[in-house]
Each structure stands twice: as structure tokens, then as C-alpha cells.
Design a protein around this ligand. Structure first.
Ligand code: ARG
Length: 584
């Protein structure tokens, strides 16, 4: 469907043409003086220069050419040469009616849509999921849904950190705890037990202790390094342990991501990229890209236009070990081979931006991707506590994601129970949905790159620019609709009040908000839009007697309007990654 602004711009452009002026002057914008008009066109001002005429004369001629145009109820030429426009209510209703009946509200898919890999989540296996990874999960999930909405095939890959030193640390620590286990016996002929010799709570205790110990105990650190190396070389007992660690961790990650409403199409990790490394390095060498620097093999990525230093991308250390960047490059090979994506989006902490700059440049130099494939790092800022420093537990430690979700849930449940919003079996469902909305909206309303302060009181408030406020607006509409019988087929009617018209005009701005969110990978554009839309919806609801309206035709128009509003709001929060309860 054509966007409303384009449709009315066409009309005004045609009127410029009919009055003998350049149609290009007919561009219409949303009014910056809503008290005077809904839309405006300022094209008479530049036209005045070309045609050596007073702008007001031009504006008057265009206004005359627009007389009787079905799109407008009011066209005014005002000094010095503005055209002030108001939409014809019937025309607006017809426009919204086509939006109501169109697929995806008539928002056009991206004509260049293709296959998009979204690399987000990025949890590290064996380490507890902590809030450092929260934003990646929340923002990445939303960006994925937005990409999908615009017609792309989307593949969310959590890219687990499953091949690093943390594995060696856990293995070395396990060996100290239970040296008798068959995994450490080099002569063991198998098969290894099905059951893991530890639980997730054991793991959660083992890793932090081992990590702390490796910093003070050199011998232990060396053993952990050796274990990592032997694992990577394929020592059977260590591989078997690694599989247990993976299974136990993944089950826990599934649970926590599930509670966050975050779902990955694939659960690949750093380990899955390893088999691509040897041939990739051979190719880089054949292309003459690898140079030696302090014993390591690196690719130079500095460009003459750089204003800052961009250090070379290290591919292999002198001992033959490969690095984080090597794995990311190999992962690009794997993704190109498996999906041939048109775009790979990395939703990762913005402190890794230099890493991605190096990786992207190296990938292009080595032609791992062609020029048609876009590589983009969407770096996000930090979630801070009220002290402005990265969010911590009360004891000052790194907060686990599960703890944070539990805290928010308890806080919201207390509110739900205190205000008797719902009772009985509905309490948990409503609580979970409000809690998720509070957490996600509180994050997504900020541009991804910005740091923000986590403030539970503010995020969970039912008033103001919050997730619960949006849910409340939707639930309120739902409760009216529940008393209206079949509302889905009712048609939008011409607005009778300013509140109805404002709500309708806000609905027509949906495509702009979604396109902005899509183009800039900025879910915050959707938050800003639904906050505005919810405001108009609530005003309309306050000023209009919907259920008590006696004129049935009028009433049906109202119901259709709030029905459309509800569907738009629900679509938008789905793109943000949460949903509304039935009651609250
Ligand atoms: N596991 C990494 C970390 O915790 C994040 C992975 C991000 N994705 C990537 N392709 N490098 O920092």
C-alpha cells in the first residue's frame, strides 16, 4: 500500500503542475503546527524563486487547483506561502479501511529482502548466563523479528562460546574434585557414561571458582590451558566431558532464554566453526594475505583513509593456537556455505567494535564474502545500575540473568496481588507477561548504542513510557472488544471527533516507524511510535462512549477503530518480543 504522505504529496504535486509550476514542489510533510493543520506543504517558497512570483500567489493558485479534491476537507494558503491541509474524514476512513484489511497493514516488504543471519545471545557455555548478555538477547530477538516482518528469511544463531579456556578450566577443576572419573583415565576404552557427572548448579559453582583460582595458581592455570589444548586436539575423555558440559549448559540456556521469549533457529557455536579453519588459513596464505608479526600470522587491515590506528587481525599465534577473530572468520565461511546470507548482523557489546571492524575487513580481503553481502555490527551499550556503573548484585558481584528475571517477577507479582489485578490461576501468566514487558521495553526504548540505567520502579510502572503502560492500553481495548461480539469484520467509519481523527492519523504513521526500525536496526523507533499511539488510543477511549453509544453505525465505526489499534499495538509488541495478557 502507498504511504499516506506519498498519496497526498501526489495530489499536491499534481496541483502544482496544473497551476503551471514544478510538481516537485508538492512534497507534503506532517504539520509542525498541529493546532493549525494536519499536514503542510512549503513548496511555494522555493517555487517563488524560480518563477519570480510572490509565494502566496503560488500557494493560492495551488489551493485553487486542489478545490474539490476528495483527499482534503480544507486547503488554506497562508502567508508567506504555506499550504495548510486537513484530510477529508471520509477519505481518511477509506485509507484506514484498506490498511485494516491489508496483509501486514499494507506495510510494503523490502523489495531487496533476502536471507539474514542474526548473531545474538552469545552466551558462554559453562559460565552462568549473566546480564552482560541480556541486551544482546533482547535487542537481537527484536531485530530478527523486524527483519522477518519485512520479508527476509531470518536465521537466529546464538553463536555459543563453547570452545575456549572456560572448558579447560572446568575440566581441570573436575579432575581435582573427582580424579577417579573415567574421563581422566587415558586407557579407558569406553563407552563413556550417558549421564553427566555434574548438575548445572555444580557447574555454576565450578567455573567461577576455577576462574578465580587460575588467576592466583599458576600451575592450575597451566593445567587448564593444557586441558583446553588437549580438548581441541580431540582427546576422547575430554571430548566426552565437553559434550556433558554442553548438554547441561544448553538445557539451562534453553530454559532462561525461553523465559525471555528468545528463540534461536540454530544453536551453533565457536566449536562448529573449527573445521573451517585449516582450509581458510590455507586460502589466506595462498592469497598472500598472511604476514608474520611478532611470531604470529596476521592480516593487515589498516586503510589509508583511517584516522585512527586499526591493528592487524591476528589469525594464528606462534604456537599454532587460533583466536576469537579466527573463529569469527571461520564462522563467516560456515554461514556462507550453509545459507549464503545477504546480511549478517552481529548484536554484540559495542566494546567489541574494533574486533568486528578487523574481522569484517579481513573477511573482505580474503573474499570470504562478496561485496553484495553486508556485514554489520550492531553494538549496544551497557545496562547500568542507579550509580551509573555496570549493573551489579547487591553484594557487588555479576548478576545472573535468572536472578534478575526472578527479582523483576517477584516485584511485579507483588503489585499484581496488591492491586488484585487478576486472581487465581491468572496471576502467574499476567505477572510473567508484565515482567517481560517491563524488562524488554525498558531496554528497547533506548537506542541500542546508548547506555541506560536499570530502574525497576520506573520500568514496571503502569503509567508513563513503559512496557506495562502499553500492555495496559491493549488489555483495556481487549476488555471492551470482549463485550462487542464479532468485531473483526466491522469497517472503519469517518471520524466524528478530534480524538478519533488523531488516533486515525497516528495509525497511518505505522509504516514510517517500522521502516525506520528496520533500516536502522532500531527497535526504539517502534517503542516511540507505540507510546504515542497508546496516548491517542487512551485519549479516544476517555472521550468516547463506545459501549453506551446508541447510534449503531457510529458505534461499529468506533469498535473497528479500537480493533485496528489493538492489532497494530499487538503486532508492534510482538516485534519487540513480548505479548499482552488477557487481563490486568
Ligand atoms: N561469547 C562472546 C562474549 O561473551 C560473544 C559472541 C558474539 N558473537 C560473535 N560472533 N563474536 O563476548
Amino acid at each position: 500500500m502507498e504511504k499516506l504522505l506519498n498519496l497526498i504529496s501526489e495530489q499536491v504535486s499534481a496541483a502544482f503542475g496544473a497551476a503551471g509550476f514544478d510538481p516537485a514542489c508538492g512534497r507534503v510533510t506532517v504539520s509542525n503546527r498541529p493546532d493549525l493543520c494536519e499536514y503542510q506543504c512549503n513548496g511555494a517558497m522555493p517555487a517563488a524563486k524560480t518563477y519570480h512570483k510572490a509565494p502566496i500567489q503560488i500557494a493560492e493558485a495551488v489551493a485553487a487547483a486542489l478545490a474539490g479534491n476528495p483527499a482534503f476537507s480544507e486547503v488554506q494558503a497562508v502567508k508567506p506561502g504555506f499550504l495548510n491541509l486537513r484530510l477529508n474524514p471520509d477519505w481518511l476512513a477509506a485509507y484506514l479501511e484498506s490498511m485494516r484489511t491489508a496483509e501486514r497493514f499494507g506495510v510494503a516488504a523490502d523489495p531487496k529482502a533476502g536471507t539474514v543471519v542474526i548473531d545474538y545471545g552469545g552466551a558462554n557455555v559453562a559460565k552462568p548466563l549473566h546480564i552482560g548478555h541480556l541486551r544482546s538477547a533482547i535487542i537481537g530477538e527484536s531485530i530478527k523479528r523486524i527483519q522477518h516482518f519485512f520479508g527476509n528469511e531470518t536465521i537466529g544463531d546464538t553463536h555459543l562460546g563453547d570452545w575456549g579456556l572456560q572448558m579447560g578450566l572446568v575440566i581441570a577443576a573436575l579432575q581435582d574434585r573427582q580424579p577417579e572419573l573415567c574421563y581422566f583415565d587415558p586407557d579407558f576404552a569406553g563407552p563413556y557414561p550417558e549421564e553427566a557427572p555434574f548438575t548445572i548448579s555444580d557447574l555454576e559453582e565450578i567455573y567461577p571458582a576455577a576462574s578465580a583460582r587460575s588467576k592466583v595458581d599458576e600451575a592450575f592455570a597451566a593445567r587448564a590451558h593444557d586441558a583446553t589444548f588437549e580438548l581441541q586436539q580431540g582427546r576422547p575423555g575430554y571430548l566426552a566431558l565437553w559434550k556433558h558440559i554442553m548438554a547441561v549448559s544448553k538445557a539451562d540456556l534453553h530454559k532462561n532464554y525461553g523465559r525471555l521469549g528468545v528463540h534461536f533457529e540454530v544453536w551453533l557455536g565457536e566449536s562448529d566453526a573449527q573445521s573451517y579453519i585449516p582450509s581458510m588459513i590455507d586460502r589466506m596464505r595462498e592469497m598472500g594475505l598472511l604476514v608474520e608479526s611478532e611470531g604470529a600470522q596476521v592480516i593487515e587491515v589498516q586503510e589509508p583513509t583511517d584516522t585512527k590506528e586499526v591493528p592487524p587481525c591476528i589469525i594464528m599465534k606462534s604456537d599454532g593456537a587460533t583466536l576469537y577473530a579466527t573463529t569469527d572468520l571461520a564462522t563467516i565461511c560456515q554461514r556462507m556455505e550453509t545459507w549464503k546470507p545477504d546480511r549478517i548482523l552481529y548484536v554484540v557489546d559495542k566494546r567489541q567494535s574494533l574486533h568486528f571492524e578487523q574481522v569484517f575487513r579481513a573477511a573482505r580481503k580474503a573474499a570470504l564474502v562478496g561485496p553484495e553481502t553486508e556485514l554489520r555490527h550492531i553494538g549496544y551499550g551497557t545496562m547500568n545500575g542507579k550509580d551509573g556503573k555496570p549493573f551489579k548484585t547487591r553484594a557487588g558481584g555479576v548478576m545472573r540473568l535468572e536472578t534478575l528475571i526472578n527479582e523483576i517477577t517477584d516485584f511485579v507479582r507483588a503489585k499484581v496481588e496488591e492491586n488484585k489485578l487478576v486472581t487465581g490461576a491468572d496471576v502467574e501468566d499476567t505477572t510473567a507477561k508484565i515482567a517481560l514487558a517491563a524488562l524488554k521495553y525498558g531496554d528497547l526504548m533506548n537506542a541500542p548504542t546508548k547506555d541506560y540505567i536499570f530502574d525497576l520502579d520506573r520500568f514496571a510502572a503502569f503509567e508513563g513510557n513503559t512496557g506495562p503502560y502499553i500492555l495496559y492500553t491493549i488489555v483495556r481495548i481487549k476488555s471492551i472488544l470482549a463485550r462487542c461480539g464479532a468485531w473483526e469484520e466491522l469497517s472503519i467509519a469517518a471520524p466524528e471527533t478530534p480524538e478519533a481523527k488523531d488516533l486515525m492519523l497516528a495509525l497511518t504513521r505505522l509504516p514510517d516507524a517500522l521502516e525506520l526500525a528496520y533500516r536502522d536496526c532500531a527497535p526504539n523507533a517502534i517503542c516511540a511510535y507505540i507510546y504515542e499511539l497508546a496516548g491517542y488510543a487512551n485519549k479516544f477511549y476517555h472521550e468516547t462512549r463506545i459501549l453506551a453509544e446508541e447510534d449503531k453505525q457510529k458505534q461499529q465505526g468506533y469498535i473497528a477503530l479500537i480493533g485496528l489499534t489493538k492489532r497494530v499495538l499487538e503486532t508492534c509488541i510482538d516485534l519487540l518480543g513480548f505479548s499482552a495478557p488477557e487481563k490486568m
